[in-house]
Design a binder for this molecule. Structure first.
Ligand code: NAD
Length: 434
């Protein structure tokens, strides 16, 4: 199929590239012309393992191109995928300005029948709004499809090429059939439903996963007090097929551009129809508190943090991405600086993005190596479970530190690793480790 992806961020770029990989003719469009120029020079504006190679291959094969020129991109496409951002407004609601603008632009460029498919995460009712906007601006026929995206940054290519399921929400059987056919090489698990249910499936899925994370984090907090080990507890729970083992890793909570935004948006969606989503409100509250447990552990072991030097490992909200949106590291480093600590930080790929959005970047000493970030520190905090940190020698790390406190916010190290060094080690919900 001839496809155009509007918005060349994590979702639009990865999806566009993957659909070209399976043989479609793909145009990726963005209004950020700097991004388009970089892509056309062969640079990739985001860090996503494997993406660079796939882009190079499919451009060479002539089935993938990048442009800022909307009209030919719309005219030449059978289906247009909306992949623009839906960032949160101050009240938690999704900001639909980019969606509405893109819908208007598509409508004005249309030259015949198109499928307009929304991959962006949008509140229930938004695709109906898109239909209204487009129908007011064009005489041409079109169908609207909600096709929520479930990829995870860091494994986005594998998630797109081997999805757990594809949800297609539309009232047009013809559009459903075409979009299903497009996805058939990826999976047989294709579910067709109405537009509003598809929109809700995305929010309900993210809210449920966020609930699992906050649930296990609260169990971890209790484990710390009663002397149980949350990793064994999660393992024991996960053997129950009704529960399953995934998303039961205790830590400092979720971040990123999706879970925080989508949970808050769902609370608002419910609130708009006079329903108080009490459970999800608690999930958000627990998550926000969980990251600050790092501060509590630091204070408990060091006393006053003023003048203490704290090393931070990991700025990205999770490993294998350079995305720092809503990363716990933003709050934790902010709190450390507020208490007068000196912070030296390291991340394998996310430092530039972090500096760009963190208001006090000048007050942090940025390091290019994990050992250098630990050097002369009173305490070290591991905030992102990058593979690189897992394989470091803890005696070597301890050897360069001033004091020997390691706060492991992601339960990365085993008892054996910790015991090789003489560390005062604090993880999450594992009171006997270390
Ligand atoms: P992003 O911010 O990385 O990218 C959005 C892109 O859209 C930007 O490059 C921006 O310049 C471009 N854009 C905005 N308006 C435009 C317009 N009118 N024309 C052309 N380009 C335009 O966003 P993202 O992380 O890719 O997320 C996109 C959507 O997908 C969001 O709704 C998000 O919630 C959802 N989503 C994201 C993920 C994820 O892991 N990032 C996963 C699933 C769903």
């Amino acid at each position: 199929m001839k496809l155009t992806f509007i918005g060349t961020g994590y979702v639009g770029l990865v999806s566009g590239v993957c659909f070209s990989e399976i043989g479609n003719d793909v145009t990726c469009l963005d209004k950020d012309l700097g991004k388009i120029e970089r892509l056309n020079r062969g640079e990739v504006p985001i860090y996503e393992p494997g993406l660079q190679e796939l882009i190079a291959k499919n451009r060479e094969l002539g089935r993938l191109r990048f442009t800022g020129d909307l009209t030919p991109a719309v005219e030449g496409a059978e289906a247009i995928f909306l992949c623009v951002g839906t960032p949160p407004l101050p009240n938690g609601e999704a900001n639909l300005a980019f969606i509405e603008q893109a819908a208007q632009e598509i409508a004005l460029a249309m030259n015949g029948y198109k499928i307009i498919a929304t991959k962006s995460t949008v509140p229930v009712g938004t695709n109906d709004r898109i239909r209204d906007i487009v129908s007011r601006l064009t005489p041409h026929p079109f169908d609207v499809v909600s096709i929520p995206e479930f990829l995870r940054e860091g494994s986005a290519i594998a998630d797109t090429l081997h999805p757990d399921r594809i949800i297609i929400g539309t009232d047009s059987p013809e559009a459903a059939a075409k979009i299903a056919e497009l996805h058939r090489p990826l999976t047989d698990r294709i579910m067709v439903t109405d537009v509003r249910s598809a929109e809700m499936i995305k929010y309900a899925s993210n809210a449920f996963l966020a609930t699992k994370i906050s649930f296990i984090n609260e169990i971890a907090n209790i484990c710390e007090k009663v002397g149980a080990d949350v990793t064994d507890v999660a393992k024991g729970m996960g053997h129950d097929r009704r529960i399953g083992p995934s998303f039961l890793q205790a830590g400092i909570g979720y971040g990123g551009s999706c879970f925080p935004k989508d949970t808050n948006a769902l609370i608002q969606i419910a609130g708009n129809v006079d329903y108080e989503f009490k459970l999800l409100k608690s999930v958000v509250e627990v998550n926000q508190g969980q990251r600050f447990n790092v501060m509590t552990k630091l204070r408990r072991s060091l006393g006053e943090l003023g003048g203490k030097r704290i090393g931070v490992w990991g700025l990205a909200f999770k490993p294998d991405t350079d995305d720092v949106r809503e990363s716990p590291a933003l709050d934790i480093i902010g709190a450390l600086l507020a208490e007068g600590a000196e912070v030296q930080a390291y991340d394998p790929v996310a430092t530039a993005n972090f500096k760009a959005i963190f208001g006090q970047a000048d007050e942090v000493v940025w390091k290019e190596d994990p050992i250098e970030a630990a050097r002369d520190c009173d305490a070290l905090c591991l905030l992102t479970d990058w593979q690189e940190f897992k394989s470091l020698s803890l005696p070597e790390v301890q050897g360069v530190m001033r004091q020997n406190i390691l706060i492991d916010g992601r339960n990365v190290y085993s008892s054996e690793q910790v015991n090789e060094a003489d560390l005062r080690y604090y993880s999450v919900g594992r009171p006997h480790v270390g």
